[in-house]
Write a protein that binds this ligand. Structure first.
Ligand SMILES: [Fe+2]
Length: 394
């Protein structure tokens, strides 16, 4: 195949500058949660605060973590109230527990909410102030506590990122608080923990991971390293996501999707996200649309929109699946595949199916235009483009 303009420009990024710092050690494999206590002990920690949520406690995963800590002789405390899309109130409640217990180690054991909430607690416990003070990148001036991430879902990739997504309880603004000191020094990827996810969580988190792989591949911040993570993540997700939907007990497929979701998290860390996430956040903030559904419903339209600029990158992803429908334009096949994947996962593909009134689209576009991630979309988007994308998805 003759090199396209875009392929040439993809290699040209090697003439620029980029950083790559994989600061998180990864322990991968079924049953490795039982190594949590030894891991903490080996690093000299004595008092661990576990942040989790009631569903994860009920599934028994927190108990396994606690048993491992006890066996290694660590003292521990639990904060079990990290809600979905954690807010400043969740972080404040966890902070009280942390101040009381005075941990020397934080553990986020659960989905992205638990891990992000643990990071939020870490910011306030070590640097003071309020979550809003850390909105942005590198705002923590003092050292932070060491953090171990133990994901029980396969989606957000928070375990390999320095960002915490915390919503303002009053304004519902989703604040991305990033600081290298907030990243986990170790992530335990134990795919057996993902077996207990409700099927809806498997679907929503998996679609989120797919959207991370697709968006990170083409952002204006992409680097050769982030693109490698994006491509490999997408390939494994395309191979295995449908298998975890149809065979939820398949541990090998679960492991593949979990590792791929983490790689997509690494891609975000090195590349940021784009317009699909900017369009998704107001749907979640105003209508409680789960994040995976919100980003999944918008992504196919963003792919078609961006394809004029980054179609060759999308074509690379199209080699990883077979798709007979979708049209001849760049991005058509990928867009159609994403919609088919959404339907297979039991999610909807149009905004009107989510009960969003057409008359609200202009206001949603105003809010989408204020989202941080829209800045990194490969094709510049403003309020009118975002409104058009909502209209197309309606
Ligand atoms: Fe996401």
């Amino acid at each position: 195949m003759a090199p396209s303009m875009e392929m040439r420009s993809s290699t040209q990024i090697f003439s620029g500058k980029f950083d790559f710092d994989l600061g998180t050690k990864v322990l991968f494999g079924a049953g490795r949660i039982d190594e949590l206590g030894d891991l903490a002990k080996r690093h000299g920690y004595r008092r661990a605060l576990i942040t989790s949520d009631p569903g994860i406690v009920k599934a028994g995963h927190v108990q396994r973590g606690v048993d491992s800590l006890k066996k290694a002789g660590l003292e521990f405390a639990l904060f079990e109230e990290a809600h979905e899309n954690p807010t400043t109130e969740d972080v404040a409640a966890g902070l009280e527990v942390a101040k009381d217990f005075q941990p020397d180690l934080l553990i986020g054991l659960g989905g992205g909410s638990s891990m992000d909430c643990a990071k939020g607690i870490n910011f306030l416990l070590t640097n003071g102030g309020q979550v809003q003070d850390y909105w942005g990148v590198g705002k923590a001036e003092k050292p932070m506590l060491p953090f171990i991430a133990v994901p029980t879902t396969a989606g957000t990739g928070s375990e390999l990122q320095s960002f915490a997504l915390i919503s303002d309880a009053k304004t519902h603004a989703k604040m991305a608080c990033g600081d290298k000191k907030a990243a986990a020094f170790c992530a335990i990827l134990d795919p057996s923990l993902t077996l207990t996810q409700p099927s809806s969580v498997t679907a929503l988190t998996g679609v989120d991971a797919i959207s991370h792989a697709v968006e990170t591949l083409v952002t204006t911040r992409r680097t050769p390293v982030s693109m490698m993570f994006s491509r490999q993540s997408f390939q494994w997700l395309a191979q295995s996501f449908h298998r975890v939907i149809s065979e939820p007990e398949n541990l090998e497929a679960r492991g593949c999707v979990q590792f791929a979701a983490s790689l997509a998290g690494l891609a975000i860390e090195n590349s940021m996200l784009g317009a699909a996430h900017a369009l998704a956040n107001p749907l979640t903030a105003n209508y409680d649309v789960p994040h995976g559904q919100a980003v999944g419903v918008m992504l196919p339209y963003v792919v078609r929109f961006n394809a004029r600029s980054v179609g060759a990158s999308y074509s690379e992803l199209e080699n990883f699946f077979s798709q007979d429908t979708g049209g001849p334009q760049p991005g058509d096949q990928l867009s159609a595949w994403i919609q088919q994947t959404l339907r297979e996962a039991g999610l909807v593909t149009r905004l009107h199916e989510l009960g969003i009134p057409a008359g609200r689209l202009p206001q949603l576009a105003v809010e989408a235009n204020q989202q941080w991630t829209k800045r990194f979309n490969p094709v510049e988007v403003g309020e009118s483009e975002l409104f058009s994308l909502y209209q197309e998805a309606f």
